[in-house]
Design a protein around this ligand. Structure first.
Ligand code: NAD
Length: 380
């Protein structure tokens, strides 16, 4: 008997769609003991929420997330709202004993993150943060290679996340679609938005970070605010570059910006170890580039592994070898793992507690940029 997992979705934007697609797809490809049931979609605008609910097959609509969280027929709440609402909604979920699937970053900062961890752990509810890049098969394969010791001692971890959509100084800040430019809604700029992904992947692949030295810049200092109609100071970081030291002694070099003309979502990372190196690029997400110094010299070189074989992570559940899957599948994998975790009484990674590592590194990055000094990363 497949049990229902009754989902309440908050937000119908980019992630509301990505997650709804995952709930609708997951049982077609993964043999699971539970099936997501799309019980209710919630957003403030009733007509837009209804259109979203009808399109994705949600049974009902709410316009107040508090009502959704209190509903007895909902098992799990999916938080797909801007960052400033994550904590408040998560605390209400914990009080109502709901499982929580929360979008990244966990919170606006480490203080909020701590309150969220305390709430979910006290309530004993399943909790997970949608750092979906861990479940891109090529990234999961990188994790397997590192854990198997293929790279040996790691020296360097280099990551970038580059975009170019905020270069226009006439672009307003705040409100629908532009909350990422409003510090009160986002908490920070590219650091919490883009670097959060790079940091989560890094901590997962290479362990915790000890200290950081960062630089941020806000290239456009004032923008019209969509909610007030006035020109207001921009409080987010438009670009952030930082160096760091991992606990394992390797060096970190990270960069993110929304001012890299020509780049839309260029997330790349490269890891250099004693024996081997790995390179991954979101634009080519089904490939893992791998160089192994131990190969015979005549044939030694970078290999481009097409991560589509049945023995590659998650791929046995999809098509036939050679046929790739896309960005949206990482969310399908995350739902599959969440369900397995719930059914088996285990928490699926990253939990709030694990995602807090990224939050604390982000706090240290922003503090370092402000003080222009190296900052030690707080331990949870
Ligand atoms: N995992 C990823 O790769 C990834 C990608 C994009 C965004 N995100 C994260 O997902 C979250 C949402 O981002 P998005 O791109 O989907 O944003 P979006 O602007 O596309 O959607 C946000 C949604 O929240 C709703 N909302 C805002 N205030 C609300 C309220 N008070 N009550 C109910 N609904 C409310 C909006 O109506 C909208 O539907 C953010 O935390 C973001 O950082 C993660």
């Amino acid at each position: 008997m497949i049990k229902p997992l009754n989902i309440g979705m908050i937000g119908y934007g980019f992630m509301g769609r990505a997650h709804s697609n995952a709930y609708a797809t997951v049982n077609h490809f993964f043999d699971l003991p539970m099936r997501p049931v799309l019980k209710a979609a919630c957003a403030r605008d009733a007509a837009k929420a209804k259109a979203f609910a009808d399109n994705w097959g949600y049974e009902s609509v709410e316009t107040d997330w508090r009502k959704l969280v209190e509903r007895k027929d909902i098992d799990a709440i999916d938080i797909c709202t801007p960052n400033n609402l994550h904590k408040e909604i998560a605390l209400a979920c914990a009080a109502n004993k709901k499982m929580i699937l929360c979008e990244k970053p966990l919170a606006m900062n480490g203080i909020e993150g701590k309150a969220m961890i305390d709430a979910v752990e006290k309530a004993g509810v399943a909790n997970m943060v949608w750092y979906n890049y861990r479940r891109v098969p090529a990234v999961t394969l990188a994790k397997q290679f590192i854990d198997e010791g293929k790279l040996g001692r790691i020296f360097h971890y280099r990551a970038k996340f580059l975009q170019d959509w905020t270069i226009n100084p006439e672009l307003p800040q705040g409100g629908q679609g532009l909350w990422r430019l409003d510090v009160d809604a986002a908490g920070s700029g590219v650091s919490g938005d883009l670097l959060a992904h790079c940091i989560d992947t890094a901590v997962w692949l290479n362990g915790d970070m000890a200290s950081v030295s960062a630089m941020t810049e806000t290239f456009v200092k004032e923008r019209k605010h969509n909610l007030t109609g006035k020109v207001e100071k921009v409080g987010i970081d438009d670009a952030c570059t930082f160096f760091g030291r991992f606990d394992n002694g390797s060096l970190a070099n990270f960069e993110s910006t929304r001012y890299a003309r020509g780049h839309k979502a260029l997330y790349t990372f490269e890891i250099n170890g004693e024996h081997a190196s790995i390179f991954w690029d979101l634009h080519d997400l089904h490939r893992l580039q791998y160089f192994d110094h131990r190969d015979e010299s005549k044939t030694r070189g970078w290999r481009s592994i097409h991560v589509t074989d049945g023995d590659h992570p998650y791929m046995g559940n999809w098509w036939v070898p050679g046929l790739q899957i896309g960005y949206e599948s990482s969310f399908v994998h995350q739902v599959a793992d969440f369900i397995k975790g719930v059914a088996g009484g285990n928490l699926s990674m990253p939990t709030f507690r694990e995602a807090q590592r990224t939050q604390l590194i982000l706090d240290a990055v922003l503090e370092s940029a402000k003080s222009q000094k190296w900052v030690d990363v707080a331990k949870a």
